[in-house]
Design a protein around this ligand. Structure first.
Ligand code: SF4
Length: 109
């Protein structure tokens, strides 16, 4: 079991602040019905039946500026996209999640 688990560990810890904005502009969105966005990895909770806090990553939130840059890149190619969140637990911090989903300057920011 230890050997199998070790095979999933990358060479270094991932810092989501270093994540690049995906090249959404390379997609032909007429062929997609959704785009995937990751705003966080892992989970700070420790439910016994779930591996999110153990196997995927320690809990990390992507910096809000990074999330917004990715959303803006998506909006550049698809003004009303269907977004799928590829997070283990998006809403651990409700205030952070609200900010991540609100465009700066909008009435709800
Ligand atoms: S992702 Fe959900 S089920 Fe898994 S540890 Fe977090 S709260 Fe529990």
């Amino acid at each position: 079991m230890h050997t199998l688990y070790s095979s999933f560990i990358g060479p270094r810890r991932v810092d989501l602040a270093e994540a690049r904005v995906p090249r959404y502009d390379l997609l032909d969105v007429t062929r997609d019905n959704r785009l995937t966005l990751q705003t966080a990895r892992g989970c700070p909770l420790d439910c016994a039946f779930c591996g999110a806090s153990r196997l995927i990553s320690s809990y990390k939130m992507k910096p809000l500026d990074q999330v917004r840059a990715e959303i803006e890149a998506i909006l550049d190619i698809w003004p009303r996209p269907f977004l799928e969140l590829a997070d283990d637990n998006t809403f651990v911090s409700k205030s952070w999640a609200r900010k991540a989903g609100t465009r700066p300057g909008s009435r709800r920011s």
